[in-house]
Write a protein that binds this ligand. Structure first.
Ligand code: GDP
Length: 182
């Protein structure tokens, strides 16, 4: 018998302030592209992607990812968005302290509405902006975010939807944690 195309289907959600790069991370994951000027009113809502975990079995996971698609400014994210989520990316922008401070609120929302066992990874996006010769000042030191993640029991990474650095890895790490609980 042919092996199945995937072993697990997991729902992932992507939360965080407006403009931190949630849609861009989703587009990068599913389409290997970066849009410099995405239309904020046409946020990407959904994307699906097969990923292979770096485990001995080469487990293939079908990720079904939902983005808030602009509704974060209205705080109108409904229960159905969180329902059944196995994994969650809590995204902030490393050049915006405010977006990092607001992660607490997003995390509280996730804890209030998602299943108790949801695996969360804190993602400091836009790492490309703080690298190279024209680097901008970073507003959130890596160690500060790392410490927060540790205290809250979250995985942590920095990533760039623009360069692609760390993006697939963030999903892989969260999916690996999800399956370690199965
Ligand atoms: P969302 O509102 O959280 O979904 O954010 P978007 O994905 O719409 O991105 C907001 C803005 O940040 C857009 O202008 C993106 O092009 C830009 N952006 C997103 N990710 C990155 C990144 O990794 N690096 C840089 N330099 N810009 C990014």
């Amino acid at each position: 018998m042919a092996s199945p195309a995937w072993h697990y289907v997991l729902k992932f959600i992507i939360t965080g302030d407006a403009a931190v790069g949630k849609s861009s991370l989703l587009v990068r994951l599913t389409d290997q592209r970066f849009l410099a000027n995405p239309d904020p009113t046409l946020g990407v809502e959904f994307g699906s992607k097969l990923i292979t975990l770096p485990d001995a079995e080469g487990t293939v996971v079908k990720l079904q990812c939902w983005d808030t698609a602009g509704t974060e400014s209205f705080r109108s994210i409904t229960r159905s968005y969180y329902r059944g989520a196995a994994g969650c990316l809590l995204v902030y922008d490393i050049t915006s302290r405010r977006s990092f401070d607001n992660v607490r609120t997003w995390l509280a929302d996730v804890r209030a509405h998602a299943d108790a066992h949801v695996s969360c990874i804190l993602v400091g996006n836009k790492s490309d902006l703080c690298e190279g010769e024209e680097a901008r000042e970073r507003a959130v030191p890596t160690e500060v975010a790392e410490q927060f993640a540790k205290e809250e029991g979250l995985l942590f990474t920095e990533a760039s939807a623009r360069s692609g650095a760390g993006v697939e890895d963030a999903f892989i790490r969260a999916a690996t944690e999800v399956l370690s609980k199965v």
